[in-house]
Design a protein around this ligand. Structure first.
Ligand code: ZN
Length: 323
């Protein structure tokens, strides 16, 4: 498939793709309805049989490369109160005193604004169990230059605030002031594992063709190779992802993707290091397509990002409160 996803977001334009989907409107409505039915029905976690498995990973070289990002700051400690412009930023309100007391959530804001200046570092290959892959990528941006890396950390701040109000302990894999690049995808997974997160979510926005619209949640497929063993997390991650998708749809009104996932807003992948190496329930979300003008108008809106965070929070809370 032409879709490549979060580990491979190119800095600028993707390669040419097919034209606008003439079937988009026709397919979207029943697809969205199907998505709703899935969200409403699954609750306890289905098998994800309707999910599309995205393209296999490109073959990666096996050249010798260190598997650990030496010197990469983990940035796993609770970040300082400073928040990105426009985000609520009143985190730290009595964490541990709400209904999510004792629960740990790791939020992984995709990419890093500094990645653009550290191409050698982020291009280094790391071991993701099933194969080797770039440490990290620059991520995409809107045509006006609002970067995915800015977007993801802003949503992460908003989400952190909401979850801490519920009493959860929240850790970010990176924050605005550190590290200078990355962390690598293997480290992003490791931060969730080390924190023994009850749930982890990696936040992204896609860089697909204009006309491609909507969000999708990426679920880990079952892999067992090298350091990757997702067999224990496939089920709970699916449950987490379904809950996030349903709540995200309701809060934002953003439709499920019209270009992957068959209208369900759910895609299963086995080529992402951040999922393959996770030992805790984890999903990615592509909140929208930065390269589509309609989606970009949403993604660049602080009010919309707050809705996105609200939907994510409600999905995570729903997942955590049933366990
Ligand atoms: Zn991304």
């Amino acid at each position: 498939m032409s879709y490549t996803g979060p580990d491979f977001d190119p800095p600028q334009q993707r390669r040419p793709r097919r034209g606008p989907l003439t079937v988009a409107l026709a397919a979207l409505v029943p697809g969205a309805l199907l998505g709703w039915m899935v969200y409403e029905a699954v609750g306890g976690g289905g098998t994800g049989g309707a999910d599309r498995t995205a393209s296999a990973a490109p073959t990666a070289g096996t050249s010798a490369a260190p598997s650990a990002p030496a010197g990469t700051p983990a940035a796993s400690a609770a970040p300082p109160g400073a928040s990105a412009s426009g985000s609520p930023g009143d985190d730290g309100k009595e964490p541990g005193s709400g209904p999510l007391k004792g629960k740990v959530v790791v939020i992984d804001p995709g990419h890093n604004p500094g990645n653009f200046r550290h191409t050698a570092e982020i291009n280094r290959q790391v071991d993701i169990g099933t194969n080797r892959k770039e440490c990290d990528t620059t991520g995409t941006s809107t045509n006006d230059g609002y970067t995915e890396a800015e977007f993801t950390v802003d949503v992460a701040h908003r989400l952190r605030t909401l979850l801490e109000k519920q009493g959860a302990t929240v850790k970010l894999t990176r924050d605005g002031d550190s590290p200078a690049w990355g962390p690598c995808v293997d480290e992003r997974a490791r931060i969730g594992n080390t924190a023994r997160a009850d749930a982890a979510v990696s936040i992204h926005a896609d860089g697909s063709a204009p006309g491609d619209r909507g969000f999708h949640v990426i679920l880990p497929g079952s892999v067992h190779a090298g350091a990757a063993d997702t067999r224990a997390i496939v089920g709970p991650s699916h449950d987490l992802g379904v809950r996030i998708a349903g709540n995200f749809l309701r809060e934002t009104g953003e439709p499920p993707s019209n270009y992957v996932g068959g209208g369900t807003g759910l895609v299963t992948r086995t080529d992402l290091g951040g999922l393959n190496l996770s030992t805790v329930p984890k999903v990615f979300i592509e909140c929208g397509n930065m390269r589509d003008s309609k989606d970009a108008a949403l993604l660049t809106s602080g009010a919309w990002r707050q809705k996105a965070a609200q939907g994510l929070s409600e999905g995570i809370v729903s997942f955590l409160r049933q366990s």
